[in-house]
Design a protein. Structure first.
Length: 243
């Protein structure tokens, strides 16, 4: 299931970000390699969203360096967007358009040339039911919307996938399907950063887990360590619940 990670695709070095008098990230350093799934764990307010926003180029760090597929998001936003696909907790699609129409539209916006006949094949790859492809996404479940999001990432041949709470609100079957999808992408060489509270999926899917608290990296676990660790107890020990 798990492939050997290769070269670094996401690199975060000593990232510092403050808002007013609050320092949200305090020298955070992370790496995600080609073909690797890194699960980013931490309580609310730990800095996960700020980290993602810096990677996406929405925020500029006060100190430190970021590289996504060899480019700085703040200096080369367009080039980073070509390499990266972001799937938020709620995938933003046009509700009146079908899954196929959304896929075609967002692929065009991304400047990706895909033959019309290939859009349906992409949705088949992500296991969107055939009967749903031509129906408005207003009737889609969260899992179905995510599949369209993954299909958009496939269409643009993204080298980096950033996921924000991807399994929240999914039933066990949909969560398992999503797990299989991202594992397949990792095997194809995509670097995946998954910010999540889902400790079960983190332990099942990730090559490595990084735990952050109060803007700092407090621990990392390798794949081997994950197999030997009770992740929930380990996580709670590090974030010092109630402290």
């Amino acid at each position: 299931m798990h492939t050997q990670p290769k070269r670094p695709v996401i690199q975060i070095d000593n990232l510092v970000k403050a808002f007013a008098d609050q320092t949200v990230l305090q020298g955070l350093s992370l790496t995600v390699n080609q073909g690797e799934i890194l699960a980013l764990l931490g309580p609310n307010g730990a800095g996960k969203t700020t980290t993602i926003n810096c990677l996406l180029g929405f925020l500029s760090p006060d100190k430190g360096r970021i590289s996504v597929a060899g480019y700085c998001p703040q200096e080369n936003a367009a080039l980073v967007r070509q390499q990266l696909a972001y799937i938020p907790e709620q995938v933003a699609l046009y509700p009146r358009l079908s899954g196929l129409e959304n896929l075609a539209y967002f692929s065009k916006v991304a400047g990706v040339k895909v033959a019309d006949s290939d859009f349906r094949a992409l949705l088949e790859i992500v296991s969107l039911p055939n009967h749903a492809m031509d129906k408005p996404v207003s009737g889609y479940s969260k899992g179905m919307r995510q599949k369209v999001g993954i299909a958009i990432a496939l269409a643009k041949k993204a080298k980096v996938l950033i996921l924000d709470e991807p399994t929240s609100g999914l039933d066990p079957s949909a969560s398992h399907e999503f797990s299989q999808l991202i594992q397949r992408l990792a095997r194809q060489g995509v670097a995946i950063l998954m910010a999540t509270h889902d400790l079960f999926r983190a332990q099942e899917d990730a090559h490595r887990v990084a735990i952050i608290n109060k803007g700092q990296l407090v621990d990392t676990l390798s794949y081997q360590q994950l197999q030997e660790t009770q992740l929930e107890a380990h996580y709670l020990k590090h974030i010092k619940v109630g402290a």
